[in-house]
Design a protein around this ligand. Structure first.
Ligand code: FRU
Length: 317
């Protein structure tokens, strides 16, 4: 009889999400002891290479542990869809949820309900409100924003006109990358002459930059909260024949995206924002084994600019 709920669970998960390659090793319960675990991974979107990389890291790390089966769901940048995905994982009684939430406020309640149902939740990259989750994993966005600000102050000799293209401001990385940057430029001669929420999206960044270029005849630097945003701004400036007039700074530093842009001279700096995918599986294994885990795992970051890109970047202190 014990096998029945396990079978029902497998069918339900297979029916409503894209199952990961490979199947769980045997039934989740054997002789009263669990031998296989289902992890539900709720990804807010797969539009950016950074999120594709996060899922790939999770998939690769989980593949080393045959007792794990990861079910991936992609909310396609739709908050309501992501709420529904978390609810589906709870109904399916998965053993653990990993979530990278689109926005803080609307995803807080469904995660709290998962916790109430006894399902541990690992929150990746973007935060929720409050502390009703098991573990948060992510880099320090305020510190990265501050480092970007310090870098810009230094490169511009303490004075200049900056365009800030912000990430979705209902998500915590956008808020923190803005706050850290503003702290760093406070009291300097750096002036933000134009700011807009490009929602992490390259096409939106490009459009906003077209407006900035039309309004301002002198721009010294673009600070974008992610590399797709910085690249979108560069495309707009290039189309206007003005890309050489200013610096472009982004965040993420994926090897085949931001770092490559720095190597190609498209971006002047990119600050690494690790996805935490592999760490999420490490922490998940500990939670499933009944071990204590820290409430917060902070990942490091590196800056890639002309000087450091050849040596694999420079660590942020
Ligand atoms: C991808 C992304 C990254 C960014 C992160 C912030 O969707 O926009 O570029 O660093 O999300 O949560």
């Amino acid at each position: 009889m014990l096998a029945l709920p396990a079978l029902a669970l497998t069918l339900l998960l297979t029916g409503c999400g894209k199952p990961d390659a490979g199947s769980p090793s045997g039934s989740p319960t054997e002789g009263g002891k669990k031998s296989g675990y289902v992890i539900g991974m709720s990804q807010c979107n797969l539009g950016e290479p950074w999120r594709v990389e996060m899922n790939a890291q999770i998939r690769a790390a989980a593949a080393k542990h045959p007792q794990l089966k990861v079910v991936f769901k992609d909310a396609q940048n739709d908050t309501l869809k992501q709420r529904a995905h978390v609810e589906e994982f709870v109904s399916a009684k998965v053993d653990l949820i990993i979530i990278s939430p689109k926005e803080a406020q609307p995803l807080t309640e469904p995660v709290a309900r998962a916790m109430d149902a006894g399902i541990p939740v690992i929150v990746l990259d973007r935060r929720l409100l409050g502390d009703k989750y098991t573990c948060f994993i992510g880099a320090d966005n305020r510190k990265i924003g501050r480092a970007a600000g310090d870098w810009i102050v230094q490169k511009l000799g303490g004075k200049g006109k900056v365009v800030e293209l912000k990430g979705l401001m209902t998500s915590t990385p956008g808020q923190d990358r803005n706050a850290g940057f503003r702290e760093a430029i406070k009291g300097t001669g750096i002036e933000v002459i134009f700011e807009a929420d490009m929602k992490w999206l390259e096409p939106d960044a490009r459009k906003e930059m077209e407006s900035a270029l039309a309004r301002f005849s002198k721009i010294d630097c673009v600070y974008a909260h992610n590399d797709p945003g910085a690249h979108g701004a560069w495309l707009a400036a290039k189309q206007a024949g003005r890309e050489k007039e200013m610096l472009f700074v982004g965040i993420d530093a994926l090897p085949h995206e931001g770092v490559a842009y720095v190597q190609q001279g498209i971006l002047d700096a990119s600050f690494q924002y690790p996805t935490g995918g592999a760490e999420a599986i490490d922490i998940a294994l500990k939670i499933l084994a009944g071990e204590q885990v820290p409430k917060e795992v902070t990942l490091g970051s590196r800056v890639f600019d002309k000087e450091s890109v050849g040596q694999g970047g420079r660590e942020l202190k």
